[in-house]
Write a protein that binds this ligand. Sequence first.
Ligand code: BDP
Length: 710
Amino acid sequence: MKKLSLIILLCLSVLHLSAEDGYELWLRYRPVNDPALLKEYKKITSAVRILGNTPTDTAIRNEMLAALPTMLQTNIPVNTPAAPSLLIGTLDQINRQIDLPVIHNTNDEGFIISNATIKGRKVTIITGKTPIGVLYGTFQFIRMLQTNQSVTDLPVVSSPKVQLRLLNHWDNLTRYVERGYAGISIWNWHLLPAFLDPRYTDYARLNASVGINGVVLNNVNANADILTAPYLEKVAALAKVFRPYGIKVYLSARFSAPIEIGHLSTADPLNDSVKLWWKNKANEIYSQIPDFGGFLVKANSEGQPGPQAYGRNHADGANLLADAVAPHNGIVIWRAFVYDPEANDRFKQAYDEFKPLDGRFHSNVLVQVKNGPIDFQPREPFSPLFGAMPNTPLMLEVQLTQEYLGQASHLVYEAPLFKEVLDADTYAKGKNSQISKIIDGSLYDHKISGIAAVSNIGNEQNWTMHPFAAANWYAIGRLSWDHSLSSESIASSWIKQTFGNDKDIQTPILNMMMSSREAVVNYMTPLGLHHLMGNGHHYGPAPWSNNLPREDWNPVYYHRADKFGLGFNRTSTGTNALVQYQPAVQQQWADSNTCSDQYLLWFHHVSWSHRLSSGLNLWETLCKKYTDGVSAVKDMQQTWQSLKEKIDGERFERVAMLLAIQHTEAQWWRNACLLYFQTFSGQPFPSNFEKPDHTLEYYQQLKFRYAPGN
Ligand code: BDP
């Protein structure tokens, strides 16, 4: 009997060991199988010496100890006193040991992995100007091992192109995450600061491993309580966990905080008591968190308080906070996500409000602009503001949480979307004025630069609910570090780090990921359609929806379907939003006959019989695109099924179930949208079209009162 229970216990523990709940994400350290590489890696790491002894060096040591013994299946002596094979330290520390033959130039966060010779012996070196640079180099070194790259091809020299590489959490103090689909917030505000969930350290490791160096902890729809003393103590506790990993904390500040928690009668940015209140608040924060990053502010947008209530503008508001944090080297990130119910086109609002303020922000302010003019749709043209504010550092904002991309259940690899924006040419300073050069500061030589991504993280065991959603978190970190990386190369590394190096799985998974963004565009909003989703929760299609109090919250406002045709005329005969772009960009999109299909209905109201480049008319093309979108999901499902024997059961099943939901929902989008648009086009479905399962009325009456994230 005893023996039996021992066997059961053993089996259970083996099962437990092999279970993959996805928690490790891409920092998943598994044995290296390739014998030649294993030999090489073992040789390089046979004696590891870490020179520094700061908390960051401890983090480096811990990471090496987590990675090397399991990956190389051997006990690695870390911090052997003499004769190291791998030497890790800052340039200063290393130069005290040896004269590095070539000094490669990096910035303060950059790193160098290279070879050197000490007393005739070859040594591999991981170095940088600062301990944080060395930490980034360490993560790169581990990534090379995880992705089975040879470490003989050195040096690897790399510096981040963008300074502020941030996650924006839309997490409330109640732990409810606005537009969050992966559980509740990982910040356990109630138990902080005394209880430090080990997850906070893992969160920092994951971020640092892809170069993310800042996190805004709370929702942009901010609660002023975060700025009160008890909460600042909690924030300071998190900052302390993150600090060794080079991650600064930032807070979303509520503009009316001086009234709500400061008991002033006004929040007017030009009022002296208000200025003093913010100054004192900043001093209080910095006394507890000396490296506090700064404030993020959503003002005069969707009901949030702001300077306009006092007849002041965004620059007045931003400068008020900027002056308060300036003595501490803090920054203010002011969001440009604004729109006004009176405007004749929501598309134009941010430009109209912000462009006149160009040059009026103080030097420690960045204006954070969403990638597109509306709101994180599956595809948007780039926001015209990027090409219109040469005198203001602009920060790009993208959304990892898939509010409009199928939420937690759709596999959508977003790197191609991010790249589309980064590579878009604004022509702001002539040809080759890509957004990447605007937001990295190089085009106008700005001193600060940044990218922010709205987080998709929650307390789900695997962090993001959909295993593939983690690829978006990973990708934005890698791209913020180096926006010239390709979506494919990022995906390839992520696949290897997440699922392993088995050759048979690489191409199929890569193909799934690379086709997924276009798939979601096609089954939700092809040809430049946008904002067709359900009200409030934004779940599922509702192109017919027209009952919200504000016109610009309703899908019918955006697609403008009628008996003549479909799409929003933003040319000179319509709202003329196009004029907000540089002439060369206007030219690309101004004529419905030459405008690319991708943006057609963003800028034109075209007739149902309008012929597209394929020769099909608008209605036929719409039917084809929606159908292509659904087929692409079917293909992803089949591909995934073919990998059943190659992927651990737990993650395989999770993805398989989610893909099934995605397929059903892609069909739902196709059927609901096409049945609805058909009431205007009056044209029949093509002969090969799979008949919708339900009537339009059926889709219209669906209700989802408890859909998450709202
Ligand atoms: C929209 C979201 C809303 C956010 C807002 C924002 O629906 O929940 O508060 O953006 O970015 O996408 O402020």
